[in-house]
Design a protein around this ligand. Structure first.
Ligand SMILES: NC(=O)c1ccc[n+]([C@@H]2O[C@H](COP(=O)([O-])OP(=O)(O)OC[C@H]3O[C@@H](n4cnc5c(N)ncnc54)[C@H](OP(=O)(O)O)[C@@H]3O)[C@@H](O)[C@H]2O)c1
Length: 302
C-alpha cells in the first residue's frame, strides 16, 4: 500500500494500521517521519511527473490518499493552491493508480455539505454543496479520483487523537491543553459534527482497501455532537474542570471560511458493507484515555 501524507495525523495512523498486514510505502512532502517498517519517499502530489515516478516504483495494489491542504482558512486565502493540492493532486494520483492497475481510496470531508439539515446525518448519496474553498477543492478531488477505475471516497469529520509534536493540534488536544492550564474556553452549541478517532478511521481505510471498496463511504465517528457537548465529554473523560467551558454560537466567530452548521454523517453503509465499527465520541475518548494510561499517547501526559 502507498500512503500519502505519512507525516500527517491521519496518514501516520493509516501507515501504522497498514504495515502490520501489508508492505507499506509512505510519502511525505516536508520531513521524512522515520516510521519503522515503512519505506519512505518524498513526493509532491501537485507534480504529475513526480507522482508517476513514485507510484511506478512503489507498485502499490492500493493507494490510501490522506495528503491534503487541510487548513480551512488558509484554503480560503489561497484558493488556487487549495484546488491544485486537493483537486489536481488527487487526480494525478488517480491517473498514476490507473496506469498501475491499482485501487485508490481518497479521504474527503463532511465540508462537501452545506450543513443546512436540521436533524439527522447525511448519507453518502445526498446532494453536496460546499460553503468554502476547502470544501470545493476536496469535492474536486472526489471528482478527480474517479479517473481511476478502482476508486473509493472516505468522508471523515473533525479528526482527533494524540498528536505528535510535529503534527498540528486537533480539537481534543487543543481543548485538553487549555483545560490542563486552567484556561477558560468557549465552545459552540450550534455546530454539529461526527468527530472521528484517528485510529478508528485508519482501521476503516485499511479495511476499505482490503474489501476493494467501491464508491463513496462515510468513514467518520458515529456520534453527532456539538463542539460544546464534545468539550464537556473531553473534560469528563480526562478529569478536567468542565466549569472552564462556556457556551457560544457561531454568529460571534470571525472565520474567513464558512463552516457547515450540521454536517453529521451516517456510518450505516461502511458498517454494513465493510464491517468497520465506527466509534462514538465516548468510545473514542475512552480509547485515548487508555493510550494515556499506558504511556502510549505520543508523549502526552496530564
Ligand atoms: N483534520 C480534520 O479534522 C479533517 C476533517 C475532515 C477531513 N479531513 C481530511 O483528512 C485527511 C487527513 O487530514 P489530517 O488533518 O490528518 O492532515 P494533516 O495532518 O494536515 O497532514 C496532511 C499531510 O499532507 C501532506 N501534504 C500537503 N501538501 C502536499 C503536497 N503538495 N504533496 C504531498 N503531500 C502534501 C503534508 O505533508 P508534510 O507534512 O510532509 O509536509 C501533511 O503531512 C485530509 O485529506 C483532510 O482533507 C481532515
Amino acid at each position: 500500500m502507498l500512503v500519502t501524507g505519512e507525516a500527517g495525523m491521519l496518514g501516520s495512523r493509516a501507515a501504522r494500521a497498514a504495515r502490520d498486514r501489508h508492505k507499506v510505502t509512505g510519502t511525505y512532502l516536508g520531513k521524512a517521519p522515520g516510521m519503522d517498517g515503512v519505506e519512505e519517499v518524498r513526493m509532491d502530489i501537485t507534480d504529475r511527473e513526480d507522482v508517476f515516478e513514485v507510484v511506478r516504483k512503489a507498485e502499490p495494489d492500493y493507494i490510501l490518499h490522506t495528503a491534503a491542504m487541510t487548513d480551512v482558512d488558509a484554503c480560503e486565502r489561497e484558493q488556487d493552491k487549495a484546488m491544485l493540492v486537493n483537486g489536481m493532486g488527487t487526480e494525478n494520483l488517480a491517473m498514476a493508480a490507473r496506469e498501475m492497475g491499482a485501487g485508490i481510496i481518497y479521504v474527503s470531508t463532511d465540508y462537501v455539505f452545506d450543513g443546512e439539515r436540521k436533524e439527522g446525518a447525511y448519507a453518502e448519496y445526498e446532494a453536496v454543496n460546499p460553503l468554502s474553498a476547502y470544501g470545493r477543492s476536496k469535492l474536486r478531488g472526489e471528482v478527480g479520483v474517479r479517473v481511476c477505475k478502482n476508486w473509493a471516497v472516505a468522508r471523515v469529520s473533525v479528526l482527533y487523537g494524540w498528536n505528535s509534536p510535529s503534527q498540528h493540534a486537533n480539537f481534543v488536544t487543543w481543548a485538553i491543553g487549555k483545560l490542563m492550564k486552567g484556561e477558560k474556553i468557549s465552545l459552540l452549541t450550534d455546530q454539529f459534527t461526527s468527530p472521528t478517532l484517528l485510529e478508528n478511521c485508519a482501521d476503516a481505510l485499511v479495511r476499505m482497501a482490503e474489501a476493494r471498496a467501491d464508491g463513496v463511504y462515510n468513514a467518520c465517528g458515529r456520534s453527532c455532537v456539538s463542539r460544546h457537548a464534545f468539550g464537556m465529554q473531553i473534560a469528563e473523560t480526562f478529569g478536567l474542570d468542565g466549569k472552564l467551558i462556556s457556551e457560544s454560537t457561531s454568529d460571534g466567530m470571525k472565520w474567513l471560511a464558512k463552516r457547515p452548521a450540521r454536517a453529521c454523517l451516517s456510518v450505516r453503509k461502511i458498517e454494513e458493507e465493510i464491517g468497520a465499527k465506527m466509534m462514538t465520541t465516548e468510545e473514542g475518548l475512552r480509547f485515548m484515555k487508555g493510550q494515556l494510561d499506558m504511556g502510549n499517547a505520543e508523549g502526552w501526559s496530564l
